[in-house]
Design a protein around this ligand. Structure first.
Ligand code: PEP
Length: 249
């Protein structure tokens, strides 16, 4: 039985005091969240404050990105070791905004995935198709290509200690959620594809859905066989709403 997970991607939102208030709100409510594992990924500059607030609670801490390098002349970058120093347990890699806006290729994402694991962080690997790719019938080939880049570089065994998030790009921040059937179909595709390589890893892997998840649609999505929780953007910025999504998982 896979334990559900709900992860909040705060993106580039919230000032310092707002971020701390949100983290505190989640700590105050997390004990009522039955079974779900709860993760927050604040902007880098809020991680230290968040660490102090979530310490000792069931709220886990992660980052939205990491460098593919360890240390040195890489202005503006943050290493996996630095994140580990601030008690991060997870890191998002390959979010569609990183791929689309910052030119992250499948190869770079695969390197970041490896760096995360090298530093003892669990990568939350995002995959998903653009609207035009879905309309052209290429959803599965795009998702397969994104997964294969990571598997070719790191081996199928690397997915034993990782989380995958299926995030159709057309559903992120648009208010347009994939239907539970559409999401389940791609989640099942991912699990079946991995099962051809290693059935144990495929069975144990948590595959989160992301794309305009709200408390009003979470339960229906999370009830599908291969949807093991969610990666939440906009709705993770409100403690009550995010906790309601966690309760749905
Ligand atoms: C995301 O940022 O990963 C995301 C899914 O955003 P939203 O929930 O706002 O669509």
């Amino acid at each position: 039985m896979r334990r559900p997970m709900v992860a909040g991607n705060w993106k580039m939102n919230l000032g310092r005091s707002e971020a701390s208030a949100l983290a505190q709100g989640l700590v105050d409510g997390v004990d009522d969240v039955n079974n779900a594992e709860v993760l927050i990924c604040p902007p880098y500059v809020h991680i230290a404050d968040a660490e102090a607030i979530v310490s000792g609670s069931a709220v886990q801490l992660g980052a939205q990105n990491l460098s593919d390098q360890d240390a040195g002349a890489f202005t503006g970058e943050i290493s996996g070791a630095m994140l580990k120093d601030y008690s991060c347990t997870h890191v998002i890699v390959g979010h569609s905004e990183r791929r689309a806006l910052y030119g992250e290729t499948d190869e770079l994402v695969a390197k970041k995935f490896a760096k995360a694991q090298e530093h003892g962080l669990i990568p939350v690997l995002c995959v998903g198709e653009l609207l035009e790719e879905r309309e052209a019938g290429n959803t599965e080939s795009v998702v397969a290509r994104q997964l294969d880049a990571v598997i070719q570089a790191n081996g199928i065994a690397a997915l034993e200690n990782a989380i995958v998030a299926y995030e159709p790009v057309w559903a992120i921040g648009t208010g347009k959620t994939a239907s539970p059937e559409q999401a389940q179909e791609v989640h099942a595709f991912i699990r079946n594809k991995l099962a051809d390589m290693d059935s144990g890893i495929a069975e144990g892997l948590r595959i989160l859905y992301g794309g305009s998840v709200k408390s009003s649609n979470a339960e229906e999505l999370f009830s599908r066989a291969d949807i093991d929780g969610g990666l939440i953007g906009g709705a993770s910025l409100d403690a009550a709403e995010f906790l309601a999504i966690c309760r749905a998982a």
